[in-house]
Design a protein around this ligand. Structure first.
Ligand code: GSH
Length: 234
C-alpha cells in the first residue's frame, strides 16, 4: 500500500476529462476494488476498458508503469494505485464510515496481507507455468495463501458479518475480488474447505448489488459513463 497523493498537475498540463476517468480492466481484482469504491461513494465517473495486451497510448502517457486501475481527474492529476483511488473516492466525505472503519490496524493488516503474500502465493498456484523456476509446488503456494489470509479472515468473520462490523467497509472491497479469484481456481475444492464463515461472506458479496454493478460490461471502445448504483450500501 502506498500513501501517495495524486500527481500534481504540471503548470502547462492539458486539462483532464470532464468526469473522473478510470482506466480499468473488467476482470482485474485491483480494478474491481476501485470501481466498487467509486460506486459506493456515489462518484460519477467514466471508464475506459483497457486491453492489457494493447494498452492505449493515452494510458501509457498518463502512467508509464501502465497497470490498471488508473484514475485521471478533471484537474489533470493522476492516481495510479487502486488503494489510493479507493481513498480518493471514499475518504473525503465519509458519512457512512466505510473508509474510517478500514483504517483499524487489523483491517489495514488484512489489506497488506492480501496485496503482499496472498497475491504472491495465489499467482504461483493459479499460473504455475509463469513461475517455472519456483522451488515450492503450486499446492504448497495454495496452502500458504490459505494460512496468510483465508484462515485469518475466517477467524475474523466468525464473530461478525462484515470486516467493518455490523456493516461493510473499504477492506471488504479491497480483499473480496482476490478471495473470489482464489475460490474460482477450484470451486469444488474451495467448497469443501472448513471455512464456512468466509464462504458465506464471499457468497454474499458475489450477489451484492455493488459487486454486480461493478461488473457491468461496457463497450470496448472509448470512455463510457459508468452506470451509477441507485443508493450506497448502508
Ligand atoms: N499495485 C497496483 C497493481 C495493479 C495491477 O497489477 N494490475 C494488473 C491487472 S490485474 C495490471 O495492470 N498488470 C499489468 C499488465 O498485465 O500488463 C494497484 O494496486 O493498482
Amino acid at each position: 500500500m502506498h500513501a501517495s497523493t495524486p500527481t500534481p498537475q504540471a503548470p502547462f498540463a492539458l486539462p483532464g476529462p470532464q468526469l473522473p476517468r478510470l482506466y480499468t480492466f473488467r476482470r482485474c481484482p485491483y480494478a474491481m476494488r476501485a470501481r466498487m469504491a467509486l460506486l459506493q461513494a456515489g462518484r460519477d465517473f467514466e471508464a475506459v476498458e483497457v486491453s492489457l495486451r494493447d494498452k492505449p497510448a493515452s494510458l501509457l502517457a498518463l502512467s508509464p508503469k501502465a497497470t490498471v486501475p488508473v484514475l485521471q481527474l478533471p484537474d489533470g492529476s493522476v492516481i495510479e494505485e487502486s488503494w489510493d483511488i479507493m481513498r480518493w473516492a471514499l475518504a473525503a466525505s465519509d458519512a457512512l464510515g466505510w473508509w474510517t472503519r478500514a483504517q483499524s490496524p487489523a483491517n489495514l493488516d488484512l489489506v497488506q496481507r492480501n496485496d503482499g503474500d496472498f497475491k504472491l502465493h495465489l499467482d504461483r498456484w493459479k499460473y504455475p507455468q509463469r513461475y517455472a523456476s519456483e522451488t515450492l509446488t503450486p499446492d504448497a503456494h495454495r496452502d500458504r495463501a490459505l494460512d496468510v489470509l483465508l484462515r485469518p479472515l475466517e477467524a475474523r468473520l466468525q464473530g461478525t458479518p462484515f470486516l467493518g462490523g455490523a456493516t461493510a467497509c473499504a477492506t471488504e472491497l479491497a480483499v473480496m475480488p482476490f478471495v473470489r479469484q482464489f475460490a474460482s481456481v477450484n470451486p469444488a475444492w474451495f467448497a469443501a474447505l472448513d471455512l464456512p464463515s468466509l464462504r458465506s461472506w464471499l457468497n454474499g458479496w458475489l450477489v451484492n448489488p455493488l459487486f454486480v454493478a461493478c461488473m457491468v460490461k461496457l463497450p470496448a471502445e472509448g470512455a463510457n459513463r459508468f452506470p451509477p448504483i441507485p443508493s450506497p450500501m448502508p
